[in-house]
Design a protein around this ligand. Structure first.
Ligand code: PYC
Length: 314
């Protein structure tokens, strides 16, 4: 199996480019990986090859022939509906391999098609799937933290978006922010608060004004499923934020929103309105860098050939 590593705003993407037999289409590939070949995820993400913040991207033949590739994303605990920092990483990886040139490319994911534009300077703009805010000012009682209020939005994953509550959104508070957002995530589950389709809210975003010196409108800390935080501003999280800003009239169509991450990296966002009320297409721009090319060696004598098993939620 051959992989290419990249990072987008500091968040890693490990893309499988060859060496495994997969069914056609992202839905079938997702099903195959989750049910029959989860060892691929643990091999690439778990130690000793990976680490818990690593996100994997498995390329596959798309069902839709207008797409340049299909992709299924996964992380340290499971499979992601979508991932935009990962999509930007995949586009840069395909460019590195010479499989695509600057221009527009359609990418099939299990939740729909993302249209990515690769520019000469290697920046990438991803036009996301339709996104929306499903609920506003939801109160959740969080043990040790009290009542926390947030919005629920879909940006390709389900997010709970919190502003100016809990620890200050600053890099020196990453441990406290992780504890706070994990407690919020557990409380949402315990109180049966879900996305409007009943989907689990497995990403928690905490926002504040950006630290001095950052040219951004907002800074975030994003907890991902698997209890790791996103080093990038999180593309689907930025999409959820854009949907909330659009729904509340705080950002006009086409206006730019600069979202900083907890480590100070930036995605630029805007949105297009859809005819359906409350539905928007988020547009997110970022840049990825390829950091390595690797052949994975699986040795049956190695007790950790498929990674050291991890136990989550303990
Ligand atoms: O950029 O959408 C994103 C993302 C999701 C999880 C980690 N990154």
């Amino acid at each position: 199996m051959k992989i290419i590593d990249s990072h987008t705003g500091g968040e890693p993407t490990r893309t499988i480019i060859s060496g495994i037999d997969l069914p056609k289409g992202t839905i079938a590939t997702h099903e195959f990986l989750a049910k029959e070949a989860d060892w691929i995820r643990t091999t690439l993400i778990n130690e000793p090859r990976g680490f818990s913040a690593m996100v994997g991207a498995c390329l596959c033949e798309p069902d839709d022939p207008t797409c340049v590739t299909g992709v299924v994303f996964f992380n340290n605990c499971s499979y992601l509906h979508s991932c935009l920092h990962g999509t930007i990483g995949v586009v840069e990886t395909l460019a590195h391999l010479g499989r695509i040139k600057p221009g527009e490319h359609r990418i099939e994911t299990p939740i729909g098609i993302v249209t990515a534009t690769l520019y000469e300077d290697h920046s990438v703009t991803a036009k996301n799937v339709p996104s929306y805010r499903s609920a506003e000012n939801i109160e959740v009682t969080v043990p040790d933290w009290g009542v926390v209020t947030g919005d629920i939005a879909w940006g390709g994953n389900w997010f709970f978006l919190i502003s100016d509550q809990g620890p200050a959104v600053r890099a020196q508070n990453i441990e406290a922010l992780t504890q706070f957002t994990c407690a919020v995530c557990d409380a949402l589950e315990a109180q049966n608060i879900t996305g409007s389709d009943g989907g689990e809210i497995d990403h928690i975003e905490s926002f504040a004004t950006p630290e001095e010196g950052l040219d951004a409108d907002s800074q975030n800390f994003v907890l991902c499923p698997g209890k790791e935080y996103d080093r990038s501003p999180c593309g689907t999280g930025t999409s959820a934020k854009l949907a909330c800003l659009a729904a509340s009239g705080k950002l006009a169509e086409g206006e730019i929103w600069r979202q900083a991450s907890i480590i100070g990296t930036i995605f630029e966002g805007s949105f297009l309105s859809l005819p359906e009320p409350g539905q928007f297409i988020p547009i997110v721009t970022g840049r990825a860098f390829v950091t390595g090319e690797t052949t994975i060696i699986l040795n049956p004598d190695d007790p950790f050939q498929h990674g050291i098993p991890t136990i989550h939620g303990t």
